[in-house]
Design a protein around this ligand. Sequence first.
Ligand SMILES: O=C(O)[C@@H](S)Cc1ccc(I)cc1
Ligand SMILES: [Ca+2]
Length: 173
Amino acid sequence: EEQKQFRNIFRQIAGDDMEINAEELRNVLNNVVKKHKDLRSEGFELESCRSMIALMDTDGSGKINFDEFRHLWDKIKSWQKIFKRYDTDHSGTINSYEMRNAVNDAGFRLNNQLYHIITMRYADKNMNIDFDSFVCCFVRLDAMFRAFHAFDKDGDGIIKLNVLEWLQLTLYA
Ligand SMILES: O=C(O)[C@@H](S)Cc1ccc(I)cc1
Ligand SMILES: [Ca+2]
């Protein structure tokens, strides 16, 4: 039942091409985030939605289909729970200290330099990360870890890429 309902929601968002593009993704994300008073956001930017599409577009269609969208939606649902869990002062934003715990709770294992990079890339001038930046950061972390493991066939933690393979990975993101 829930599955059928979700498919109907998807159909409404996607329109008759049954694929979601960046504008459609931005509209649905902004409509939902508005309902959550405890998620501070100036709204998802179109560019961020283009990036999330690229990162989740596993079949290279340039848009996200039902499975790709459901995959993204399930991740965002779980990440918003983490966001609320670590927004300990209920500011609606995550500070750089809270972010370290949130990243860990989501299962990402990083090092100090990477935590610093995340803060530089996603935090505002007060070192706070709002919800849409938080989601964009996690979509990118998730997609980049998945891409690495897809290349790391023998699981030894080392991959070998030529420059064009590297550009395919880093440009369409
Ligand atoms: O679906 C919802 O409103 C809650 S349960 C999860 C959620 C919250 C924010 C976003 I953007 C997307 C999904
Ligand atoms: Ca696709």
